[in-house]
Design a binder for this molecule. Structure first.
Ligand code: HEM
Length: 214
């Protein structure tokens, strides 16, 4: 076993990984490419529907949210199962969330609006939920930029504080989704994802209260 840092949650990452981690990591990496492969497959086969840009925006937005939720679920799962090596998957899944957010954002500003700022301002006036999505995206950038192990070591405790922004990002993502769907009177999915995020954040609040009382 190599030495461990005292940064909470990062301890498992610096210890030698169990042997199953590497193959499972490769399998997870490949599996998480599925939404992209699906989009490419549908695109090539004309399966993106009457409005392909809308289809891609919605698909990449939803997968960003799914990967954000999985990233948030790692710590509770690690604590509940005692499988500390799960922490080794968090960075990769978080970066996948960022990757899909970049695709979601790029689809909007490039293929939907063709970098036309006046058009975007007009759209945001009509659909203010876009601003909330943008705020979530901007907050994700420093987290992705500080994800390399060297940055974890360099920032020390400040890394942990910075990465707490994931909670705010998840809340903003739900608000963005909810607000968008509220206009369409279709809140079924936002309610499901909202409940998942509430449970995942609620678990952290309870865990924090327990450590304060101990
Ligand atoms: C962490 C960042 C973000 C997350 C998690 C996210 C998530 C989502 C989700 C879940 C949807 C609804 C998908 C569906 O209908 O099933 C959506 C829609 C949308 N998002 Fe985002 N989003 C983010 C950032 C952004 C940004 C930065 C922009 C643009 C500046 C944006 C623009 C849009 C637009 C325009 C739609 C609606 C598409 C339509 O009406 O067809 N989002 N987003």
């Amino acid at each position: 076993m190599s030495s461990a840092t005292d940064i909470k949650g990062v301890r498992a990452r610096v210890a030698s990984p169990p042997r199953w981690v590497a193959p499972v990591k490769i399998a997870v990496f490949v599996a998480m490419l599925f939404p992209l492969a699906r989009l490419v497959f549908l695109g090539v086969n004309g399966g993106l529907g009457a409005n392909p840009i809308e289809f891609i925006t919605r698909s990449t937005g939803l997968w960003t949210l799914v990967y954000l939720c999985i990233t948030l679920a790692i710590t509770p799962l690690r604590r509940m199962t005692g499988i500390t090596a799960l922490a080794r998957f968090r960075r990769m899944i978080g970066l996948y969330a960022f990757f899909f957010a970049v695709m979601h954002f790029t689809t909007y500003i490039w293929f939907d609006k063709w970098f036309d700022v006046a058009e975007m301002v007009k759209d945001i006036g009509k659909r203010p939920f876009i601003t909330v999505g943008f705020a979530a995206f901007v907050l994700l950038i420093p987290l992705a930029a500080t994800s390399p192990k060297a940055m974890v070591r360099k920032l020390g405790r400040r890394w942990q504080i910075l990465h707490r922004a994931i909670y705010l990002i998840a809340a903003l993502a739900i608000l963005h989704f909810w607000w968008m769907k509220a206009g369409k009177h279709d809140l079924e999915l936002p309610k499901i994802y909202g409940s998942i995020v509430i449970v995942l954040l609620g678990w952290r609040v309870i865990a924090w209260l327990k450590t304060r009382r101990a």
